[in-house]
Design a protein around this ligand. Structure first.
Ligand SMILES: NC(=O)c1ccc[n+]([C@@H]2O[C@H](COP(=O)([O-])OP(=O)(O)OC[C@H]3O[C@@H](n4cnc5c(N)ncnc54)[C@H](O)[C@@H]3O)[C@@H](O)[C@H]2O)c1
Length: 377
């Protein structure tokens, strides 16, 4: 069914689930974008489109079509700029790098809302069952930052294994202590690396790792087709608990769903090898925050790196800021300039199809006609 028919789909769902009445609207739409603010960096690169100031580079195009486009980074609380527009917006575009949390309460309030677009990958900032029940469409720009995240994961694996960051800090502080680094620095070659989740990012990471001559494992709901599996050279581990103790490095590459939320708790971490390195660019809430911090402090986890936290922005007192041997950054891996250009183009393409009443690429849908994508169920 065409994207233009969301209102009709919503009417169907409304009827089926007995929720509020649908509001159809042709013509001019109110579109709200929530992105991170760039401030002093806004003018440093003409391709910096992922920020409030860049507005995905679609302002002129939207306004030339008579639509109303509001962009803000102010997303939290009842007095926020976002909250002011919730009641009458038709489309909300937000990005995982600065997520507008779309709760069931907000969905209830958003009487005109038809479409929720994620500029990037990962729509866990949205209450997906509530969106489905309200007949909304949720879609993301699937594949837009696969390479950006896989490259970043490879970088963090190397940074942690080679104990790079303390060496860098020594240099900045005017120190020189080779032993202080070398006593816990290792090669990647010969290590066992397991990815939990081998979808687009997980698979690309395995492919990028192949020339490093590691022992590659993966756990997923689904096994990769035998040909690709052979080409990548990774072994399928159906039982996650059997894979964990084998790995020197574990990389998390699943979405945040009701099944993966808090998946890596104290018990799961205890199954891992002592001295394991973990890289998680998937979502912070897949981990039990305190269990990770405790295991880093005890040394069970020798290094934890990633760019995802819960909530975002991470509060100043978030325990991961203060735990030893971490390689954490703000949420950046999927928002390189290259990725921004790709997800901006993907958002524009979906808006264009929405205005014309056409379907989106099938793989972009997270919620369609009241149904959640299979891995979110
Ligand atoms: N840090 C960033 O900038 C950034 C950017 C893009 C994506 N991400 C995160 O990475 C995630 C993965 O992205 P992708 O493009 O590879 O998605 P994808 O849908 O291609 O792959 C996800 C894989 O996880 C598997 N999976 C889902 N639930 C599972 C479960 N309970 N147990 C085992 N396997 C499970 C799926 O079968 C699939 O193979 C996204 O959902 C998002 O949260 C982060």
């Amino acid at each position: 069914m065409a994207a233009m028919c969301r209102a009709a789909a919503r009417q169907l769902v409304d009827r089926a689930v007995g929720s509020r009445a649908a509001h159809t609207s042709a013509g001019s739409k109110k579109i709200v974008g929530v992105f991170y603010q760039a401030g002093e960096y806004a003018d440093k690169n003409p391709n910096f489109v992922g920020c409030v100031e860049g507005a995905l580079g679609i302002r002129d195009w939207l306004e030339s079509k008579g639509h109303h486009y509001i962009v803000t980074d102010d997303k939290e609380g009842l007095n926020s700029e976002l909250e002011k527009h919730i009641e009458d917006m038709h489309v909300l575009i937000t990005t995982p790098f600065h997520p507008a949390y779309v709760t069931a309460e907000r969905i209830k309030k958003a009487k005109n809302l038809e479409l929720l677009l994620t500029a990037g990958i990962g729509s866990d900032h949205i209450d997906l069952p509530a969106a489905a029940a309200a007949g909304l469409t949720v879609a993301e720009v699937t594949g837009s930052n696969t390479v950006s995240v896989a490259e970043d994961e490879l970088m963090r694996i190397l940074i942690l294994l080679r104990n790079f960051l303390p060496g860098y800090q020594q240099v900045v502080k005017g120190e020189w202590n080779v032993a202080g680094i070398a006593h816990r620095a290792y090669d990647l070659e010969g290590k066992t690396v397991g990815t939990v989740g081998a979808g687009r990012i997980g698979r690309l990471l395995l492919q990028r790792l192949k020339p490093f001559n590691c022992n590659l494992l993966y756990h997923d709901r689904l096994q990769i087709n035998p040909e690709l599996e052979k080409e990548i050279g990774a072994k399928f581990e159906e039982d996650l608990d059997a894979m964990l103790p084998k790995c020197d490095v574990i990389v998390i590459n699943t979405p945040l769903t009701e099944k993966t939320r808090g998946m890596f708790n104290k018990e799961k971490i205890a199954k891992m090898k002592k001295g394991v390195i973990i890289v998680n660019n998937a979502r912070g809430a897949i981990m039990d925050t305190q269990a990770v911090a405790d295991a880093c402090s005890s040394g069970h986890i020798a290094g934890y790196g990633g760019d995802v936290w819960f909530p975002q922005p991470a509060p100043k007192d978030h325990p991961w800021r203060y735990m030893p041997n971490h390689a954490m950054t703000p949420h950046i891996s999927g928002t390189t300039i290259d990725a921004q250009l790709r997800y901006a183009a993907g958002v524009k393409d979906m808006l264009d199809r929405y205005f014309k009443g056409e379907d989106f690429p099938a793989e972009n849908y997270i919620v369609k006609e009241g149904e959640l994508a299979s891995q979110y169920k």
